[in-house]
Design a binder for this molecule. Structure first.
Ligand SMILES: CC(C)(COP(=O)(O)OP(=O)(O)OC[C@H]1O[C@@H](n2cnc3c(N)ncnc32)[C@H](O)[C@@H]1OP(=O)(O)O)[C@@H](O)C(=O)NCCC(=O)NCCS
Length: 168
């Protein structure tokens, strides 16, 4: 396969020309992602087109938590009632470059991120992956893959148990 997902290498990867059509996601990647990586606030992964060495997409992961009260009742039954907050992994941003959109790379990158979260949850506990979509369009994308709305927050989550079922 001529695409590979690797950690962003600040010295090697050129972020300056990346465009996904959403200016907030473009400027974050071009201007802030490097700082966040240096400060250990986020891990940033890039999808590299091996034919051109260009960045086809990126996503970020950070440790995170959500208040217990936000978890929908149907899930609470299975959760620990005494925890005030629930450990999660934040899939903070995910974007595919304009020239690569509509070709299955968004799905590929999301599956890569979910697999990484699932693997990580074996060594650092995490109940779910959380996303905070930028707009309705982004929300629809995550909705398609089974993410569930967290009330009063605009965020969505996917339990690690659901992700586990995808990879077993
Ligand atoms: C949203 C985004 C990540 C999708 O990536 P993509 O490579 O274009 O999507 P794919 O080709 O992998 O499509 C996968 C599936 O999602 C669907 N899809 C793509 N974009 C969608 C959207 N905005 N809403 C709903 N479904 C969407 C596709 O129709 C496809 O469905 P199918 O498998 O049934 O055919 C990409 O368009 C993007 O980066 N957009 C700008 C940034 C953004 O909005 N990011 C969202 C996260 S913050």
């Amino acid at each position: 396969m001529s695409y590979i997902t690797v950690l962003l290498d600040l010295a090697k990867h050129d972020r300056s020309t990346f465009l996904c059509g959403k200016s907030l996601l473009d400027s974050y990647f071009q201007k802030q992602a490097g700082q966040d990586v240096k400060r250990n606030l986020a891990a940033c992964f890039v999808l590299i087109d091996k034919n051109t060495d260009k960045i086809a997409g990126y996503y970020t992961l950070s440790s995170n938590s959500i208040p217990q009260y936000q978890i929908p009742e149907s899930f609470k039954k299975k959760g620990p009632p005494s925890y005030l907050s629930i450990p999660t992994i934040l899939l903070g941003r995910l974007a595919i470059g304009i020239n690569y959109q509509g070709k299955g790379f968004g799905k590929l990158l999301l599956v890569d991120a979910l697999k990484r979260c699932f693997d990580t949850s074996a060594s650092i506990g995490a109940y779910a992956v959380v996303v905070d979509p930028l707009d309705n369009e982004a929300e629809q994308f995550y909705d398609k893959y089974g993410f569930i709305k967290l009330p009063d927050s605009g965020k969505l989550f996917l339990p690690i148990t659901t992700i586990k079922a995808l990879f077993n």
